[in-house]
Design a protein around this ligand. Structure first.
Ligand code: SAM
Ligand code: SF4
Length: 339
């Protein structure tokens, strides 16, 4: 079974994002409804044991990197000890995390010992009031202390993700760029993506080009010659470098620009649905195969999802009345897919 997983367009899939929960302690306006997501019974989500088994199958299929995400991964009980198990069982697997950063202070030391490839922290504003309203209740200080604690360990490469929305934080593009430079963290700007009709609002959308034009010392930012960008983000990021500022930033333009030709990933929800594309309307369930520890079956199902990858994502707004449904009638919110 060992080998390289390819899709019908010849793209090698060596990166899988696994959502460990769709619950979250925050309710970001661009991601979740105010009431949160419906409660999923414990036996309907992948157990840690199943995810460990899954990592083995993925490695056999040629996957080199997994990213654990959510919801907020740290709200799931024993998440960090689980990461320790993944590290112990798969020493050569690259492990990355995406988190809202609110629990990092508590876990910084433990994380530093895990040889993580990167921790991506979502931070959209440096204004405590705005942070509180956009996350519907979050405390900015928790994230700032988390960033500082992780930085102090010196053992974990960090990135920062800023979802840019016109009415909310567009004017903070320069200040967050400066913040990232001071802290020595790679900042990536993410275009607001239309995954959920109830949340999506076109006037909030800011295209990557416009974000780029707002960077401090705008004309100094250049795409390295021949560089198409990296494939290491929510969608592949184009990385711009300003030698004058001695800084690099990424722009993830999943909506205004298509990076699908370089897509190298699959996504697996906490319910064990393998989604061929972030914008797919369906997923293939591996839950039963995982429960039975049926390696061949799980591999077959993952390969079927790889086979179903579209050549490019359907990033349009779902037409009125149509939802991206895949999980018992629940629309496909980012909090389910994990970004
Ligand atoms: N809770 C973690 C966090 O916030 O980083 C991990 C899960 S979150 C769904 C993963 C990423 O998706 C975050 O960087 C978040 O900002 C981004 N995200 C959520 N909804 C989005 C949307 N509608 N458009 C663009 N990015 C979005
Ligand atoms: Fe939670 Fe992350 Fe979604 Fe915000 S973006 S509601 S922190 S899952």
């Amino acid at each position: 079974m060992a080998g390289r997983m390819k899709d019908p367009f010849g793209r090698i899939l060596n990166y899988v994002r696994i959502s460990v929960t769709d619950r979250c302690n925050l309710r970001c306006v661009y991601c979740m409804p105010p009431e949160g997501v419906p409660w999923i019974p414990h036996d309907e989500i992948m157990s840690y044991e199943s995810i460990l088994f899954l990592c083995g199958v993925l490695q056999d299929l040629g996957v080199q990197k997994v990213r654990f995400t959510g919801g907020e991964p740290f709200v799931r009980k024993d998440f960090v000890p689980f990461l320790g198990e993944v590290r112990k069982n798969f020493p050569s697997l690259k492990i990355a995390l995406t988190t809202n950063g609110t629990y990092l202070e508590r876990w910084a030391e433990e994380l530093a010992a895990l040889r993580l490839e990167s921790v991506n922290i979502s931070l959209d504003t440096l204004d405590p009031g705005k942070f509180h309203s956009v996350t519907r209740g979050g405390d900015l200080e928790d994230v700032l202390q988390g960033v500082e604690a992780l930085r102090k360990t010196g053992g974990v490469p960090m990135k920062m993700n800023m979802v840019v929305m016109r009415e909310y934080n567009l004017e903070e593009v320069p200040s967050l760029t400066e913040f990232a430079r001071e802290k020595g963290i790679l900042l990536r700007f993410i275009e607001f993506m239309p995954l959920d009709r109830e949340i999506w609002a076109l006037p909030s959308f800011v295209p990557g080009e416009e974000i780029l034009s707002l960077l401090p010392e705008g004309e100094s930012w250049k795409l390295p010659p021949g560089e198409e960008g990296t494939a290491d983000a929510c969608g592949p990021a184009r990385e711009y470098r300003s030698d004058r500022r001695k800084q690099t930033v990424g722009i993830i333009s999943a909506v205004s620009d298509h990076f699908c030709a370089r897509c190298n990933r699959l996504r697996i929800t906490s319910r064990g649905l393998v989604r061929p594309c972030l914008f797919s309307e369906f997923g293939i369930s591996i839950l039963e195969g995982l429960r039975k520890k049926d390696r061949e079956r799980v591999a077959r199902e993952i390969l079927a999802a790889a086979e179903a990858k579209p050549d490019r994502g359907r990033t349009g707004i779902p037409p009125r009345g149509e939802k991206r449904d895949d999980e018992k009638g629940q629309s496909c919110r980012m909090s389910r897919i994990g970004g």
